[in-house]
Design a protein around this ligand. Structure first.
Ligand code: SAH
Ligand code: SF4
Length: 411
Protein backbone atom coordinates (compact mmCIF):
# COMPACT_ATOMS: atom_id res chain seq x y z
CA UNK A 1 0.00 0.00 0.00
CA UNK A 2 1.25 3.44 -0.84
CA UNK A 3 0.27 6.56 0.96
CA UNK A 4 0.62 9.59 -1.18
CA UNK A 5 -0.09 13.12 -0.14
CA UNK A 6 -0.38 15.42 -3.06
CA UNK A 7 0.37 18.66 -1.35
CA UNK A 8 -0.70 20.60 -4.38
CA UNK A 9 -4.27 19.80 -3.34
CA UNK A 10 -6.23 22.73 -1.88
CA UNK A 11 -6.36 22.52 1.88
CA UNK A 12 -3.65 19.87 2.24
CA UNK A 13 -1.05 22.53 1.68
CA UNK A 14 -2.54 25.34 3.70
CA UNK A 15 -0.60 24.56 6.84
CA UNK A 16 2.64 24.37 4.93
CA UNK A 17 1.89 27.38 2.81
CA UNK A 18 1.50 29.48 5.93
CA UNK A 19 5.10 28.81 6.76
CA UNK A 20 6.51 29.03 3.24
CA UNK A 21 9.00 31.83 2.82
CA UNK A 22 8.13 34.86 0.77
CA UNK A 23 10.95 34.88 -1.75
CA UNK A 24 12.20 38.37 -0.96
CA UNK A 25 13.21 37.80 2.66
CA UNK A 26 16.68 36.31 3.14
CA UNK A 27 16.86 33.12 5.18
CA UNK A 28 18.94 32.80 8.32
CA UNK A 29 19.36 29.07 7.66
CA UNK A 30 22.81 28.18 6.35
CA UNK A 31 24.79 31.11 7.77
CA UNK A 32 27.76 30.53 10.06
CA UNK A 33 27.41 31.90 13.60
CA UNK A 34 29.64 34.84 12.67
CA UNK A 35 27.59 35.60 9.55
CA UNK A 36 24.41 35.31 11.57
CA UNK A 37 25.65 37.86 14.11
CA UNK A 38 26.79 40.17 11.31
CA UNK A 39 23.45 40.22 9.46
CA UNK A 40 21.58 40.91 12.69
CA UNK A 41 23.83 43.89 13.41
CA UNK A 42 23.61 45.11 9.84
CA UNK A 43 19.81 45.01 9.95
CA UNK A 44 19.93 47.07 13.14
CA UNK A 45 18.22 44.34 15.17
CA UNK A 46 20.95 43.93 17.77
CA UNK A 47 23.90 46.07 18.85
CA UNK A 48 27.35 44.70 18.06
CA UNK A 49 28.01 43.64 21.67
CA UNK A 50 24.96 41.37 21.69
CA UNK A 51 25.54 39.82 18.28
CA UNK A 52 27.27 36.65 19.50
CA UNK A 53 24.74 35.94 22.20
CA UNK A 54 21.78 36.52 19.88
CA UNK A 55 23.33 34.42 17.12
CA UNK A 56 23.78 31.55 19.58
CA UNK A 57 20.17 31.90 20.72
CA UNK A 58 18.87 31.75 17.15
CA UNK A 59 21.18 28.84 16.35
CA UNK A 60 19.61 26.85 19.17
CA UNK A 61 16.06 27.57 18.01
CA UNK A 62 16.83 26.80 14.36
CA UNK A 63 18.99 23.70 14.75
CA UNK A 64 18.25 22.14 18.14
CA UNK A 65 14.55 22.91 18.43
CA UNK A 66 13.87 22.96 14.70
CA UNK A 67 11.68 26.05 14.86
CA UNK A 68 10.59 27.43 11.48
CA UNK A 69 8.78 30.54 12.67
CA UNK A 70 10.24 33.40 14.73
CA UNK A 71 6.94 33.56 16.64
CA UNK A 72 7.87 30.32 18.43
CA UNK A 73 11.19 31.61 19.76
CA UNK A 74 9.79 32.23 23.20
CA UNK A 75 12.84 33.58 24.99
CA UNK A 76 13.17 36.42 22.47
CA UNK A 77 11.09 39.53 23.11
CA UNK A 78 7.97 40.03 21.06
CA UNK A 79 9.39 43.21 19.54
CA UNK A 80 12.63 41.50 18.50
CA UNK A 81 10.71 38.59 17.01
CA UNK A 82 8.65 41.01 14.93
CA UNK A 83 11.82 42.79 13.81
CA UNK A 84 13.43 39.49 12.84
CA UNK A 85 10.32 38.53 10.91
CA UNK A 86 10.32 41.85 9.08
CA UNK A 87 13.82 41.28 7.72
CA UNK A 88 14.41 37.55 7.60
CA UNK A 89 12.87 34.11 7.43
CA UNK A 90 13.58 30.67 8.93
CA UNK A 91 10.72 29.05 7.00
CA UNK A 92 10.90 25.70 5.22
CA UNK A 93 10.82 25.38 1.44
CA UNK A 94 7.66 24.51 -0.44
CA UNK A 95 6.88 20.80 -0.33
CA UNK A 96 5.17 19.92 -3.58
CA UNK A 97 4.61 16.33 -2.63
CA UNK A 98 5.31 13.75 0.02
CA UNK A 99 5.03 10.03 -0.59
CA UNK A 100 5.28 7.19 1.86
CA UNK A 101 5.99 3.61 0.82
CA UNK A 102 4.65 0.59 2.64
CA UNK A 103 8.23 -0.21 3.72
CA UNK A 104 8.49 3.22 5.34
CA UNK A 105 10.62 4.84 2.62
CA UNK A 106 9.56 8.45 2.16
CA UNK A 107 10.28 10.98 -0.48
CA UNK A 108 9.66 14.64 -0.73
CA UNK A 109 9.55 16.80 -3.80
CA UNK A 110 10.76 20.29 -2.90
CA UNK A 111 10.44 23.44 -4.95
CA UNK A 112 13.11 26.11 -4.63
CA UNK A 113 13.20 29.59 -6.18
CA UNK A 114 15.02 30.02 -9.53
CA UNK A 115 18.05 31.98 -8.16
CA UNK A 116 19.08 32.88 -11.67
CA UNK A 117 18.21 29.57 -13.33
CA UNK A 118 15.14 31.02 -15.00
CA UNK A 119 12.33 29.12 -13.31
CA UNK A 120 11.76 27.43 -9.97
CA UNK A 121 13.64 24.17 -9.57
CA UNK A 122 12.53 20.91 -8.04
CA UNK A 123 14.60 18.35 -6.25
CA UNK A 124 13.87 15.20 -4.33
CA UNK A 125 15.01 13.95 -0.98
CA UNK A 126 14.54 10.34 0.10
CA UNK A 127 14.37 8.83 3.59
CA UNK A 128 15.13 5.15 4.12
CA UNK A 129 14.38 3.70 7.57
CA UNK A 130 16.18 0.52 8.54
CA UNK A 131 16.74 -1.48 11.69
CA UNK A 132 18.73 0.81 13.95
CA UNK A 133 19.07 3.77 11.63
CA UNK A 134 17.30 6.16 9.29
CA UNK A 135 19.20 7.47 6.27
CA UNK A 136 18.40 10.66 4.41
CA UNK A 137 19.65 10.92 0.83
CA UNK A 138 20.34 14.57 0.01
CA UNK A 139 20.93 16.38 -3.30
CA UNK A 140 23.68 18.95 -3.85
CA UNK A 141 22.80 20.30 -7.32
CA UNK A 142 19.84 20.50 -9.66
CA UNK A 143 20.99 18.22 -12.47
CA UNK A 144 24.70 17.46 -12.89
CA UNK A 145 27.32 18.86 -15.25
CA UNK A 146 29.00 15.46 -15.45
CA UNK A 147 27.75 12.89 -17.90
CA UNK A 148 28.23 9.41 -16.52
CA UNK A 149 26.80 7.26 -19.29
CA UNK A 150 24.62 5.04 -17.05
CA UNK A 151 23.21 7.94 -14.98
CA UNK A 152 20.07 9.72 -15.98
CA UNK A 153 20.83 12.85 -13.95
CA UNK A 154 23.70 13.59 -16.31
CA UNK A 155 21.24 13.98 -19.20
CA UNK A 156 19.25 16.71 -17.47
CA UNK A 157 19.64 20.19 -18.82
CA UNK A 158 18.84 22.46 -15.93
CA UNK A 159 21.82 22.76 -13.65
CA UNK A 160 22.44 25.00 -10.75
CA UNK A 161 24.16 24.57 -7.44
CA UNK A 162 21.93 24.30 -4.41
CA UNK A 163 22.66 26.88 -1.75
CA UNK A 164 23.74 25.92 1.77
CA UNK A 165 20.24 26.82 2.91
CA UNK A 166 18.65 24.51 0.33
CA UNK A 167 20.93 21.61 1.26
CA UNK A 168 20.11 22.04 4.96
CA UNK A 169 16.42 22.59 4.22
CA UNK A 170 16.22 18.99 2.99
CA UNK A 171 17.42 17.74 6.39
CA UNK A 172 15.36 20.20 8.46
CA UNK A 173 12.13 19.50 6.59
CA UNK A 174 12.61 15.73 6.71
CA UNK A 175 13.11 16.00 10.47
CA UNK A 176 9.98 18.14 10.74
CA UNK A 177 7.90 15.63 8.85
CA UNK A 178 9.25 12.69 10.88
CA UNK A 179 8.78 14.39 14.25
CA UNK A 180 12.55 14.28 14.76
CA UNK A 181 12.89 17.47 16.81
CA UNK A 182 12.33 17.76 20.58
CA UNK A 183 8.69 17.95 21.67
CA UNK A 184 7.41 16.76 18.29
CA UNK A 185 5.38 13.64 17.69
CA UNK A 186 6.28 11.04 15.11
CA UNK A 187 3.34 10.71 12.69
CA UNK A 188 1.03 7.78 13.41
CA UNK A 189 2.20 4.57 11.78
CA UNK A 190 5.51 6.01 10.56
CA UNK A 191 8.26 3.44 10.14
CA UNK A 192 11.33 4.81 11.90
CA UNK A 193 14.21 3.27 13.87
CA UNK A 194 12.98 1.84 17.19
CA UNK A 195 15.37 3.99 19.18
CA UNK A 196 17.33 7.18 18.80
CA UNK A 197 17.07 9.71 16.04
CA UNK A 198 14.77 9.21 13.11
CA UNK A 199 17.33 10.72 10.75
CA UNK A 200 20.53 9.20 12.12
CA UNK A 201 22.60 9.22 8.90
CA UNK A 202 22.88 11.40 5.85
CA UNK A 203 24.33 10.55 2.45
CA UNK A 204 25.17 13.10 -0.23
CA UNK A 205 24.04 10.69 -2.94
CA UNK A 206 21.15 12.52 -4.51
CA UNK A 207 21.29 14.67 -7.58
CA UNK A 208 24.53 16.40 -8.47
CA UNK A 209 28.25 16.17 -7.84
CA UNK A 210 28.80 17.48 -4.30
CA UNK A 211 32.46 18.31 -4.89
CA UNK A 212 31.47 20.66 -7.74
CA UNK A 213 29.53 22.62 -5.14
CA UNK A 214 32.22 22.34 -2.52
CA UNK A 215 31.76 25.51 -0.48
CA UNK A 216 27.98 25.21 -0.07
CA UNK A 217 28.20 21.49 0.72
CA UNK A 218 31.01 22.06 3.20
CA UNK A 219 29.10 24.78 5.01
CA UNK A 220 25.93 22.70 5.14
CA UNK A 221 27.71 19.60 6.45
CA UNK A 222 29.61 21.59 9.08
CA UNK A 223 26.29 23.02 10.29
CA UNK A 224 24.68 19.55 10.19
CA UNK A 225 27.49 18.17 12.35
CA UNK A 226 27.78 21.14 14.73
CA UNK A 227 27.66 19.76 18.28
CA UNK A 228 25.53 22.64 19.59
CA UNK A 229 23.01 22.30 16.79
CA UNK A 230 21.90 19.50 14.50
CA UNK A 231 24.70 17.45 15.99
CA UNK A 232 24.98 14.59 13.49
CA UNK A 233 28.17 12.61 13.90
CA UNK A 234 30.57 13.06 10.98
CA UNK A 235 30.88 9.27 10.92
CA UNK A 236 27.22 9.15 10.02
CA UNK A 237 27.59 11.53 7.10
CA UNK A 238 28.81 10.13 3.76
CA UNK A 239 29.72 12.20 0.74
CA UNK A 240 29.72 10.40 -2.61
CA UNK A 241 31.86 11.70 -5.46
CA UNK A 242 32.47 10.56 -9.00
CA UNK A 243 36.14 11.37 -8.39
CA UNK A 244 36.89 15.09 -8.29
CA UNK A 245 40.43 14.39 -7.16
CA UNK A 246 41.60 17.90 -6.15
CA UNK A 247 38.74 18.21 -3.65
CA UNK A 248 39.09 14.76 -2.06
CA UNK A 249 41.83 15.70 0.41
CA UNK A 250 39.93 18.91 1.22
CA UNK A 251 36.83 16.85 1.97
CA UNK A 252 38.74 14.95 4.62
CA UNK A 253 40.60 17.95 6.01
CA UNK A 254 37.92 20.62 5.91
CA UNK A 255 34.71 18.62 6.30
CA UNK A 256 35.90 15.36 7.89
CA UNK A 257 33.01 13.18 6.75
CA UNK A 258 33.02 9.64 5.39
CA UNK A 259 33.88 9.25 1.72
CA UNK A 260 32.23 7.18 -0.99
CA UNK A 261 33.71 6.88 -4.47
CA UNK A 262 31.63 6.04 -7.53
CA UNK A 263 34.20 3.69 -8.99
CA UNK A 264 32.22 1.44 -11.37
CA UNK A 265 35.26 0.31 -13.38
CA UNK A 266 38.76 -0.95 -12.68
CA UNK A 267 40.59 0.23 -15.80
CA UNK A 268 40.84 3.66 -17.42
CA UNK A 269 39.45 2.61 -20.81
CA UNK A 270 36.15 1.50 -19.32
CA UNK A 271 35.99 4.17 -16.64
CA UNK A 272 36.53 6.86 -19.29
CA UNK A 273 33.30 5.63 -20.88
CA UNK A 274 31.25 5.15 -17.73
CA UNK A 275 32.49 8.06 -15.60
CA UNK A 276 33.98 10.56 -18.07
CA UNK A 277 35.58 12.71 -15.32
CA UNK A 278 38.08 9.83 -15.32
CA UNK A 279 39.68 11.38 -18.42
CA UNK A 280 40.60 14.37 -16.30
CA UNK A 281 41.44 12.46 -13.12
CA UNK A 282 42.40 8.90 -14.07
CA UNK A 283 42.29 5.90 -11.75
CA UNK A 284 45.91 6.18 -10.65
CA UNK A 285 45.31 9.69 -9.28
CA UNK A 286 41.94 8.74 -7.82
CA UNK A 287 43.26 5.70 -5.98
CA UNK A 288 46.27 7.69 -4.71
CA UNK A 289 43.88 10.35 -3.34
CA UNK A 290 41.89 7.59 -1.63
CA UNK A 291 44.98 6.07 -0.03
CA UNK A 292 45.89 9.50 1.30
CA UNK A 293 42.36 10.37 2.51
CA UNK A 294 42.72 12.17 5.85
CA UNK A 295 41.45 10.08 8.76
CA UNK A 296 41.32 6.84 6.78
CA UNK A 297 41.51 3.75 9.00
CA UNK A 298 39.83 0.38 9.44
CA UNK A 299 37.20 2.09 11.53
CA UNK A 300 36.75 4.81 8.90
CA UNK A 301 36.77 3.01 5.62
CA UNK A 302 36.06 4.39 2.16
CA UNK A 303 32.97 3.03 0.44
CA UNK A 304 33.47 2.13 -3.22
CA UNK A 305 30.27 2.11 -5.22
CA UNK A 306 30.10 -0.26 -8.16
CA UNK A 307 27.07 -0.33 -10.42
CA UNK A 308 26.42 -3.75 -11.92
CA UNK A 309 26.10 -3.41 -15.71
CA UNK A 310 25.39 -6.55 -17.71
CA UNK A 311 28.37 -7.67 -19.82
CA UNK A 312 30.13 -4.37 -19.19
CA UNK A 313 31.83 -4.56 -15.79
CA UNK A 314 30.37 -7.66 -14.13
CA UNK A 315 32.72 -10.56 -14.99
CA UNK A 316 34.74 -12.51 -12.48
CA UNK A 317 37.87 -10.94 -14.01
CA UNK A 318 36.40 -7.53 -13.15
CA UNK A 319 35.86 -8.70 -9.56
CA UNK A 320 39.48 -9.85 -9.40
CA UNK A 321 40.70 -6.55 -10.82
CA UNK A 322 38.61 -4.70 -8.27
CA UNK A 323 40.12 -6.54 -5.35
CA UNK A 324 43.59 -5.95 -6.77
CA UNK A 325 42.97 -2.25 -7.33
CA UNK A 326 41.75 -1.65 -3.78
CA UNK A 327 44.45 -3.73 -2.09
CA UNK A 328 45.65 -2.05 1.07
CA UNK A 329 42.88 0.56 1.22
CA UNK A 330 40.49 0.19 4.17
CA UNK A 331 37.40 -0.21 1.99
CA UNK A 332 33.80 -1.30 1.77
CA UNK A 333 32.36 -2.21 -1.61
CA UNK A 334 28.73 -1.50 -2.39
CA UNK A 335 27.37 -3.33 -5.40
CA UNK A 336 24.46 -1.37 -6.87
CA UNK A 337 22.07 -3.14 -9.23
CA UNK A 338 21.73 -0.82 -12.26
CA UNK A 339 18.42 1.01 -12.44
CA UNK A 340 17.43 1.25 -16.09
CA UNK A 341 15.82 4.40 -17.48
CA UNK A 342 14.11 5.13 -20.80
CA UNK A 343 16.65 5.41 -23.60
CA UNK A 344 19.57 3.77 -21.82
CA UNK A 345 21.62 1.13 -23.61
CA UNK A 346 22.69 -0.55 -20.38
CA UNK A 347 21.04 -3.43 -18.61
CA UNK A 348 21.31 -4.62 -15.04
CA UNK A 349 23.47 -7.70 -14.53
CA UNK A 350 21.65 -10.97 -13.87
CA UNK A 351 21.06 -11.70 -10.22
CA UNK A 352 23.22 -14.83 -10.42
CA UNK A 353 26.12 -12.81 -11.84
CA UNK A 354 25.77 -10.20 -9.09
CA UNK A 355 25.84 -12.95 -6.47
CA UNK A 356 28.93 -14.56 -7.96
CA UNK A 357 30.64 -11.17 -8.09
CA UNK A 358 29.65 -10.49 -4.47
CA UNK A 359 30.89 -13.92 -3.36
CA UNK A 360 34.31 -13.29 -4.87
CA UNK A 361 34.56 -9.92 -3.14
CA UNK A 362 33.36 -11.40 0.16
CA UNK A 363 35.90 -14.20 -0.02
CA UNK A 364 38.60 -11.60 -0.57
CA UNK A 365 37.63 -10.14 2.81
CA UNK A 366 35.30 -7.29 1.88
CA UNK A 367 31.80 -6.93 3.16
CA UNK A 368 29.94 -6.31 -0.09
CA UNK A 369 26.28 -5.74 0.53
CA UNK A 370 24.07 -5.70 -2.53
CA UNK A 371 21.68 -2.87 -2.05
CA UNK A 372 18.16 -4.10 -1.78
CA UNK A 373 15.54 -2.16 -3.68
CA UNK A 374 13.41 -0.03 -1.38
CA UNK A 375 10.30 1.99 -1.85
CA UNK A 376 9.38 0.25 -5.09
CA UNK A 377 5.73 1.11 -4.64
CA UNK A 378 6.35 4.84 -4.46
CA UNK A 379 8.43 4.67 -7.59
CA UNK A 380 5.45 3.16 -9.35
CA UNK A 381 3.11 5.67 -7.84
CA UNK A 382 5.04 8.52 -9.40
CA UNK A 383 3.42 7.61 -12.67
CA UNK A 384 0.14 8.88 -11.27
CA UNK A 385 1.40 12.36 -10.61
CA UNK A 386 -0.23 15.26 -12.31
CA UNK A 387 2.08 16.75 -14.86
CA UNK A 388 2.69 20.45 -14.85
CA UNK A 389 5.11 22.12 -17.19
CA UNK A 390 7.44 23.19 -14.40
CA UNK A 391 7.46 19.77 -12.78
CA UNK A 392 10.38 17.50 -13.23
CA UNK A 393 9.57 15.14 -16.09
CA UNK A 394 8.28 11.78 -14.96
CA UNK A 395 11.13 9.83 -16.51
CA UNK A 396 13.69 12.12 -14.89
CA UNK A 397 12.09 11.63 -11.53
CA UNK A 398 11.83 7.87 -11.79
CA UNK A 399 15.49 7.55 -12.68
CA UNK A 400 16.57 9.91 -9.92
CA UNK A 401 14.48 8.24 -7.26
CA UNK A 402 15.70 4.80 -8.23
CA UNK A 403 19.27 6.04 -8.02
CA UNK A 404 18.80 7.71 -4.64
CA UNK A 405 17.11 4.71 -3.14
CA UNK A 406 19.71 2.34 -4.53
CA UNK A 407 22.46 4.70 -3.51
CA UNK A 408 21.69 4.86 0.18
CA UNK A 409 24.87 4.31 2.11
CA UNK A 410 26.17 1.53 4.23
CA UNK A 411 28.14 4.03 6.26
N1 SAH B 1 27.29 12.49 -8.18
C1 SAH B 1 27.75 11.73 -7.08
C2 SAH B 1 26.67 11.40 -6.07
C3 SAH B 1 25.31 10.99 -6.55
S1 SAH B 1 25.09 9.50 -7.36
C4 SAH B 1 28.41 10.47 -7.56
O1 SAH B 1 28.36 10.18 -8.75
O2 SAH B 1 29.01 9.80 -6.73
C5 SAH B 1 24.84 8.18 -6.17
C6 SAH B 1 25.27 6.82 -6.75
O3 SAH B 1 24.28 6.30 -7.67
C7 SAH B 1 26.56 6.94 -7.54
O4 SAH B 1 27.44 5.89 -7.21
C8 SAH B 1 26.08 6.81 -8.98
O5 SAH B 1 27.10 6.38 -9.81
C9 SAH B 1 24.95 5.81 -8.83
N2 SAH B 1 24.04 5.77 -9.98
C10 SAH B 1 23.76 6.74 -10.87
N3 SAH B 1 22.86 6.30 -11.81
C11 SAH B 1 22.56 5.05 -11.48
C12 SAH B 1 21.69 4.06 -12.04
N4 SAH B 1 20.94 4.32 -13.11
N5 SAH B 1 21.61 2.86 -11.44
C13 SAH B 1 22.34 2.61 -10.32
N6 SAH B 1 23.18 3.47 -9.75
C14 SAH B 1 23.29 4.68 -10.32
FE1 SF4 C 1 26.55 13.29 -11.93
FE2 SF4 C 1 26.94 11.33 -10.10
FE3 SF4 C 1 25.19 11.01 -12.16
FE4 SF4 C 1 27.80 11.04 -12.65
S1 SF4 C 1 26.68 9.51 -11.40
S2 SF4 C 1 26.23 12.14 -13.84
S3 SF4 C 1 28.53 12.53 -11.16
S4 SF4 C 1 25.03 12.49 -10.46
Amino acid sequence: MTLSFDLTAEGARDALRARSAPAEKPSLIGLTRAELGAVLVEAGIVPERQARMRAQQLWHWMYVRGVSDFAHMFNISKESRAELDRHFTVARPEIVEEQISSDGTRKWLFRFPPRGAGRPVEIETVYIPEEGRGTLCISSQVGCTLTCSFCHTGTQKLVRNLTTEEILAQLLTARDRLGDFPDRDTPDGAIVPAEGRKVSNIVMMGMGEPLYNFEAVKKALLIASDGDGLSLSKRRITLSTSGVVPEIARTGEEIGVMLAISLHATNDDLRDLLVPINKKYPLKELIAACRAYPGLSNARRITFEYVMLKDVNDSLDDAKALVKLLKGIPAKINLIPFNPWPGTNYQCSDWETIEKFADYINNAGYASPIRTPRGRDILAACGQLKSESERMRKADRLALEAMMIAGHGEA
